[in-house]
Design a protein around this ligand. Structure first.
Ligand code: NI
Length: 192
């Protein structure tokens, strides 16, 4: 059985906190493992591409991500179910791309954010096993969006031009076709 959590909405002070590091002892408890399962269930229920623990009112450094035919982001390349504990992201180059982002904590709003195109990801998985890998392209944008949550940051803070802000309906109407072409170019270049 899993519990579905309520997702904090922009304005909730918890979204502006810095989430705490998770200890190995904490991670190993059945309660914490159940929490991770519930976080995954909540992300899937809300059709999120990712969800940070802080978004369900628990300020610890855990994010989950999964993309496979996501109805909110139909153009996003697949991301297998990924759990990152205490993640640290390091850009591998200065190359950036423009990502049209949305967030389960920011209802009905999207905007353009500049993201690093290539990252090193260091973290633990849910069992405390070290992860050290590289991610690129659109997927790197998703990783940066989720890890930003752990430092109390929302995509709206990073929107470079506020005039790019739009509702989901207006995104579909005016911006999605152009953005899909950009996504195709990025995926062709980085494979994700
Ligand atoms: Ni978000």
């Amino acid at each position: 059985m899993s519990t579905l959590f309520k997702i904090a909405q922009i304005g909730a002070p918890v979204l502006r906190e810095r989430a705490h590091e998770v200890t190995r002892e904490q991670l190993a408890t059945p309660e914490f493992q159940q929490f991770i399962d519930d976080l995954i269930a909540t992300m899937r229920d809300a059709n999120g591409a990712g969800l940070a623990a802080i978004q369900v009112h628990r300020p610890v450094r855990v994010v989950v991500m999964e993309v496979d035919g996501n109805p909110r982001y139909p153009y996003k390349p697949k991301i297998p179910l990924t759990v990152l504990v205490n993640p640290v992201l390091t850009p591998l180059s200065q190359e950036h791309f423009d990502n049209y982002e949305g967030c389960l904590s920011v209802p009905d709003l999207r905007g353009v954010v500049s993201r690093f195109a290539e990252l090193r990801v260091q973290a633990w998985d849910r069992h405390g096993t070290p992860i050290d890998r590289e991610v690129r392209g659109i997927t790197a944008g998703t990783f940066q969006h989720e890890v930003d949550h752990l430092d109390g940051m929302l995509f709206v803070d990073r929107v470079t031009d506020p005039r790019s802000l739009c509702t989901w309906k207006e995104f579909a109407r005016h911006h999605e076709a152009g953005f899909r072409l950009q996504v195709e170019r990025i995926v062709a270049r980085f494979g994700s």
